[in-house]
Design a protein around this ligand. Structure first.
Ligand code: SF4
Length: 315
């Protein structure tokens, strides 16, 4: 993205933080990347800002532990062919794009070999596999971020999926509507959505109420007018959203923007993200407190993905 900030030094200077003695990794293996819109949501001069914590490469990323690995959720073992991940009954995940508009430092796919998988030349074979399997009724577009595709590519892929009779639902997992809403308002694709026979679901990824903006509210309104079901998944992250106050505010603001809280994930133990870990005990206490303070429809399910399990495991 042309308006992305590509250097953490530039980010710290922009936010007035270069005098705060924050150490960042200048050239991290998982490159730094954040769009301008997301950066405008960060409070300047606050080294503890919960949005800043999600994008700043810090030396803690270099800490290793035996249970923090490169493929924490078993993607590589459930990858029957390039671009496809098939773990759960009835649905299959297509890695539609190698790119994201933002690089979240806790990303469970930060070591994923996208170059071997997320290439449009694999789509035809992947679609043939989906067409040959009548047990599938849902395709999930993931990545990277599917919304980082060009509108023409997203439209073409969506239409090809619609042509497969036994597919009833197209689900898109995307962080773009929150971090770069202007990028996710794809007019022609939305016109197709309105005419499509498919059920459309967008699962956005938002971790903190401050990420939600007037622009995201406007976009979600457009999505809802196109009859798209809107859900949210968050990751429970230390020093970002590991408080009752933060999780409460997130659920309320999501609902105010027309999005229902769906999942609160325990961190996938990916190498480089150990400093974001919240213990199971703390997570359960927080979730219990959340249940006591919110109506049931605003309480996300607290889950962990365990490699090899047939569904996300509730804590
Ligand atoms: S947007 Fe999703 S896939 Fe992309 S870096 Fe963030 S968590 Fe990972």
């Amino acid at each position: 993205m042309s308006d992305s900030v590509r250097s953490s030094a530039e980010l710290l200077a922009h936010l007035g933080l270069n005098t705060h003695r924050i150490t960042s990794i200048r050239q991290p293996a998982f490159a730094y990347k954040a769009p301008q819109h997301f950066i405008t949501r960060i409070t300047p001069n606050n080294p503890h800002d919960p949005l800043l914590k999600q994008i700043l490469p810090v030396p803690d990323e270099l800490i290793t532990a035996p249970d923090f690995v490169s493929d924490p959720v078993g993607d590589f073992q459930n990858n029957p062919q390039p671009s496809l991940i098939h773990k759960y009954h009835g649905r299959v995940l297509l890695i539609a794009s190698p790119k994201c508009d933002i690089h979240c430092r806790y990303c469970f796919r930060r070591h994923f070999p996208y170059e071997a998988h997320a290439n449009q030349r694999h789509w035809q074979a992947a679609l043939q596999t989906i067409a040959a399997d009548n047990s599938l009724h849902e395709v999930i577009l993931s990545g990277g971020d599917p919304m980082s595709l060009s509108e023409a590519a997203l439209l073409k892929l969506s239409q090809q999926i619609e042509e497969i009779d036994h597919i009833r639902t197209l689900r898109i997992h995307s962080r773009t509507p929150v971090v770069a809403p202007q990028q996710a308002a794809q007019t022609q694709w939305l016109e197709w959505v309105k005419r499509s026979r498919l059920n459309l679901v967008i699962v956005v990824h938002c971790n903190h109420a401050n990420e939600l903006s007037p622009e995201s509210a406007h976009l979600f309104q457009i999505y809802r007018q196109a009859n798209i079901t809107l859900l949210n998944q968050s990751v429970l992250l230390k020093a970002v959203n590991d408080s009752l106050e933060a999780l409460n505010a997130l659920s309320h603001k999501l609902f105010a923007q027309g999005v229902l809280p769906y999942y609160l994930h325990q961190l996938d133990k990916v190498q480089g993200a150990i400093h974001f870990e919240v213990s199971n005990q703390e997570a359960l206490q927080l979730h219990q407190a959340l249940r006591a303070s919110l109506p049931g429809y605003l309480v996300p399910k607290l889950v962990r993905e365990i490699a090899g399990e047939p569904y996300k495991t509730p804590l």
